[in-house]
Design a protein around this ligand. Structure first.
Ligand SMILES: C[S@@+](CC[C@H](N)C(=O)[O-])C[C@H]1O[C@@H](n2cnc3c(N)ncnc32)[C@H](O)[C@@H]1O
Length: 195
């Protein structure tokens, strides 16, 4: 089944869909396998291919996704049904900025892969619903090399870059959190909530 998800990822990439890159995808699955979360929250679901892969490697997990694009939600739901994980996955359709602050559940694994300029804004709410010992896995934290200065930031991306820097600073300096920043692909951060 996982091989089939990988084939769908290749297809989606060819169609220009913004899917998680390969090494980051492998790392995500490694962490999910290790943690075996009860409840996963994914911000930015796209076609649901990472959701499905997480649910396939962790058979007792449930997943809640948030996705703004209705067409993508429809495709993700079809994919959930195709891979027979639809009973373990649900999606809230809408803007994560509005949905995250009103989430009522708690989660022990959060995959943050939504709009890059909003991670810092989401952070307090995400930490609020993340259980102690839970993991916050975020993609794109080095944002095209702009964040660590490897690539000069074009003017139009300054706001997003600055916001991502504030996110990284916040997850790295909080003594209640343990964060690792991994320089692969577009940059991954893995944060464990200690307290
Ligand atoms: C990089 S893609 C997600 C990829 C997916 N997590 C995966 O691994 O295949 C980012 C997704 O976030 C969605 N998105 C963008 N802005 C959003 C917002 N404000 N609220 C919710 N979803 C949003 C986009 O429509 C897109 O599907």
């Amino acid at each position: 089944m996982l091989e089939q998800v990988k084939l769908k990822r290749i297809e989606a990439e060819k169609q220009g869909e913004p899917i998680l890159r390969n090494k980051s995808f492998d790392l995500l699955l490694e962490k999910v396998k290790e943690k075996k979360p009860k409840r996963i929250l994914e911000i930015g679901v796209n076609l649901g291919l990472s959701s499905i892969a997480m649910l396939l490697v962790s058979q007792n997990s449930l997943l809640t996704g948030i996705e703004i694009d209705e067409q993508k939600v429809k495709k993700a739901k079809d994919n959930y049904a195709f891979f027979n994980v639809d009973k373990r996955a649900k999606i809230f359709t809408g803007d994560a900025s509005e949905i995250i602050p009103v989430l009522t559940g708690s989660y022990d694994f959060i995959f943050l892969d939504g709009p890059k300029g909003h991670y810092f804004e989401y952070l307090p709410h995400l930490l609020g619903v993340l259980e102690r010992g839970g993991i916050l896995f975020a993609d794109n934290v080095l944002f095209r090399g702009y964040v660590d200065g490897k690539v000069k930031t074009p003017h139009r991306f300054n706001t997003t870059k600055n916001s991502m820097e504030k996110f990284l600073q916040a997850i790295s300096s909080d003594s209640g959190l343990k964060t690792e920043i991994i320089d692969i692909e577009d940059g991954i951060s893995i944060t464990e909530k200690l307290l």
